[in-house]
Design a protein around this ligand. Structure first.
Ligand SMILES: [Zn+2]
Length: 229
């Protein structure tokens, strides 16, 4: 092995690779493109999201623990504020359970930010599609208008809720009820939790991909470099 490469590939890199993370190089950060969110959103959000996707990768690369692991940020459209970073592990980051998100809740537990005021963004070290909890939380919280996933090396996924002509969002409560009952049904069949959640993720994803207009959703996806290049 090239000795320079060996020096560069320290224990952190090996641990990350062992845990399914792709190693982030500077080109991967530079290859993130400025998004173009749902047109009715204010244009500064495109800059903000662009900036945060790159910041997240830079931060994840520098982390002392769980290097290349999941890191997230919250962007508040109403207050023109962005919070970063929220550190997770190799395979999860809890933006909704984070102190930052909880700081947005009033004394009665209601979210004091309005409809669609939050954009959640985090990296997926293995470049995978939205997880079960990503999708569920995105649909459940009316404050979240968009969720963005920046893969460590190649995929970028942005899922947005679109407003109707009257300025309203789709009511996802029946979708959520269906997700919950499907979960109970699958668990009754003694399916494992992982398998159950994977099946529901597929169900929700199919609906999003095939019927995005009905659900008033917009998906943006592009690839940067190929995974094994
Ligand atoms: Zn995720």
């Amino acid at each position: 092995m090239d000795s320079r490469r060996e020096d560069w590939f320290g224990k952190d890199e090996y641990d990350a690779i062992e845990n399914g993370c792709d190693v982030i190089i500077d080109e991967d950060i530079e290859s993130v493109r400025r998004p173009s969110l749902y047109p009715r959103m204010v244009d500064f959000l495109n800059d903000e999201l662009y900036d945060k996707m790159q910041e997240i990768l830079k931060h994840s690369k520098r982390r002392p623990a769980f290097k290349y692991g999941e890191t997230g940020a919250i962007i508040r459209a109403d207050a023109r504020m962005a919070f970063i970073p929220i550190d997770g592990t190799y395979d999860r980051v809890d933006l909704i359970g984070s102190e930052l998100f909880n700081a947005l809740v009033d004394e009665n537990g209601h979210y004091c930010v309005g409809f669609g005021c939050i954009i959640c963004v985090h990296n997926h070290p293995n470049n995978e599609w939205f997880s079960y909890s990503d999708l569920l939380r995105f649909l459940r919280y009316t404050s979240i208008s968009a969720i963005a996933i920046v893969g460590n090396t190649h995929n970028v996924y942005i899922l947005q809720k679109c407003k109707s002509a009257t300025g309203r969002y789709y009511d996802y409560s029946t979708v959520i009820t269906r997700i919950k009952s499907k979960r109970i049904e699958l668990l009754k069949q003694k399916e494992s939790l992982d398998k159950t959640e994977a099946e529901i993720t597929k169900m929700v994803s199919d609906a999003v991909l095939n019927d995005a207009t009905k659900y008033m959703l917009k998906l943006t996806h592009y690839k940067r470099r190929k995974k094994d290049e």
